[in-house]
Structure formats: structure tokens, C-alpha cells
Ligand binder design. Structure first.
Ligand code: ARG
Ligand code: MN
Ligand code: MN
Ligand code: MN
Length: 301
């Protein structure tokens, strides 16, 4: 099987600089070789061009750098669509989480051609379901999931004409623990399923993973994993911009991804919000590479 790595060095969706260096940190941590050791061919890497913040100005206070992010997401969506059409597995490396609007829209456009749907696992400390009107920050990385379920800004929620890109009944959030005031109502009304840290504490990641897999595979042709590294505990992943204590442990994160691999229906993955400037000697990238290996079928024995 061929994995196609798509690098998206975007940091326009967050207020803290540095996620633009994510793809470089993953290269230094040996991502491509780690996949090859599992038997995959890494067919090709594609770099999506992204403008630097210093070269742009934004006057859109409720959705900062919307035009630039929309352009990046459109380009990314056409790329994930092409990669899926070619029968390769897209592995998208961010970049901040805004890129998910592009990744998932392209995947959905691929399945829509065959009247099929995509399920979505959203691993995150945050809900990422703000709307431009509700966002306390105006940062688009706090809004991608609401747009993927068809809400919010019509341009951002219609990339490649996939609207909504995913059906709420096939969307699960896992690991959330920091939700804004209005965002909470949006999540509760939306119809997506949320497994907060409380559910993980109560019933354990094994059961959360099993229930999540049932939901994302109910009537779909497969599922995508959108993995925000800040869903993990900051002690596991210090190299990310919006850390929240009390997160998913290293082993729980592996277990979730091992279950995704064992299921067999994972079509694609993206890993976002790595900020190498906040990291210690690239440990977060190295751990993220082992997490990706679990998602791609690595087992201990
Ligand atoms: N909820 C906050 C906001 O809307 C933080 C979002 C953080 N998102 C992320 N992808 N790390 O600004
Ligand atoms: Mn996120
Ligand atoms: Mn997050
Ligand atoms: Mn917050």
C-alpha cells in the first residue's frame, strides 16, 4: 500500500506562530522511514504552498486570514481528492487544525462521486466548533469542525462543493476538555457525539474507541482520523500551542489508534498543531511518529 504524505505548513489559523514548522519536525523525526519500516511505500510527498503571516494582513476580525486559509484548503482538498482517486492513503501533516476543512472536503468529494459518506474521528482537547460569530479569538483553527458539518461561513463550509462534508451522525469528538461558552451550546445542539475526558475516565479508552468506531462506520465507506496533538496530555506532547492539562495519556492515544488500525476502515489521517518551537528536542514529533505508526497498523509483537 502507498502512503502519500501531504505537508501543509499553515499557521494562519492560530494566534501563536510556529505550526508552520510542523512538517519539518516530522521529517527530522523520520516519519517517512517509520512508515516504510511497516511495509508501506511512501509514494510521494506533496507540499501545499502556504503564505507566511508577515506577508499578509487580515481585516476579518471574526475569521482571521479567511481568504488565505480558504485558498490553502481548496488546494489541499483537490490534493486529497486526487490521492484518494489514485488509491493511495493520504497522510496530511499540519499545520494548524484549520487545514482539516481542506483535507476532509477532498475526502468527502471522493466518496460523494460514488454516493458514499465518510465518518470522522476528531481527537482534540478542544471542540473546534466555534462559528465566526461565537469565536472568542477569531482564530479559524477553533472553527473547522462546525464548517465540516455545514455551519458557519458559506465559503469555508462549501470547499469542493461538499456540503456538509460529513453527516453529524458519523462524527465523534474524543478527548475534549476546553470548550468555549457559546461553543458548548453549538456542540450540544449539533448532533455530533462527544466523548469528553470524563467519559474516557469513566468507561476507559477501549470502550470509547469501540463505540466511536461503531458511530463513524455506521453507513459510511470508511473513516478519517483528524488528530490534534493537543488532545494528548501536555506531558506527552509539550510541543503544541494550546495545551490543556488532564489529557489523553500516551498509552490511551496508542490504544485508540491501534483500534482504528485493527478495524480496517481508516481511509486517511491528519496530524495537526505540532509547534516545534515549544517542544523539547523534538520529542513531541518523535512521539507523534509512533502514534502514526499505531494508526498504520504497528503492533508490539
Ligand atoms: N476554542 C479556542 C478558540 O476558538 C481554541 C481552539 C484551539 N483549537 C485548536 N485547533 N488547537 O480559539
Ligand atoms: Mn483542533
Ligand atoms: Mn486543539
Ligand atoms: Mn478555550
Amino acid at each position: 500500500q502507498a502512503v502519500h504524505i501531504i505537508n501543509v505548513p499553515l499557521d494562519l489559523g492560530a494566534s501563536r506562530r510556529g505550526t508552520d514548522a510542523g512538517p519539518s519536525a516530522f521529517r527530522v523525526a523520520g516519519l517517512s522511514a517509520a512508515l516504510q519500516r511497516l511495509g508501506y511505500t511512501v509514494s510521494q510527498e506533496t507540499d501545499i504552498p502556504v503564505p507566511a503571516m508577515e506577508t499578509r494582513k487580515t481585516d476579518n476580525a471574526s475569521a482571521r486570514f479567511k481568504d488565505e486559509i480558504l485558498t490553502v484548503c481548496q488546494e489541499l482538498a483537490s490534493t486529497t481528492l486526487q490521492v484518494m482517486d489514485a488509491g493511495e492513503i493520504p497522510l496530511v501533516i499540519g499545520g494548524d487544525h484549520s487545514i482539516a476543512m481542506g483535507t476532509v472536503s477532498g475526502l468527502s468529494a471522493h466518496f460523494a462521486k460514488a454516493q458514499k459518506r465518510l465518518g470522522l474521528i476528531w481527537f482534540d482537547a478542544h471542540g473546534d466548533m466555534n462559528l465566526p460569530e461565537s469565536s472568542p479569538s477569531g482564530n479559524i483553527h477553533g472553527m473547522p469542525l462546525s464548517h465540516l458539518i455545514g455551519m458557519g461561513d458559506p465559503d469555508l463550509s462549501n470547499i469542493l462543493g461538499a456540503h456538509p462534508a460529513v453527516d453529524v451522525k458519523n462524527v465523534v469528538l474524543i478527548g475534549i476538555r476546553d470548550i468555549d461558552r457559546i461553543e458548548r451550546e453549538i456542540i450540544n445542539k449539533s448532533g455530533v457525539t462527544a466523548f469528553t475526558m470524563r467519559e474516557i475516565d469513566e468507561i476507559g479508552m477501549a470502550r470509547v474507541a469501540r463505540r466511536a468506531l461503531e458511530i463513524v462506520n455506521d453507513g459510511t465507506a470508511g473513516f478519517h482520523v483528524s488528530f490534534d496533538l493537543d488532545g494528548c496530555d501536555p506531558e506527552v506532547i509539550p510541543g503544541t500551542g494550546t495545551t490543556v492539562p488532564g489529557g489523553v495519556s500516551y498509552r490511551e492515544a496508542h490504544l485508540l489508534l491501534e483500534e482504528c488500525a485493527a478495524h480496517g476502515g481508516m481511509t486517511s489521517m491528519e496530524v495537526v498543531e505540532l509547534n516545534p518551537f515549544l517542544d523539547h528536542r523534538n520529542v513531541s514529533a518523535e512521539r507523534a511518529v509512533t502514534l502514526i505508526q499505531s494508526a498504520f497498523g504497528r503492533s508490539i509483537l
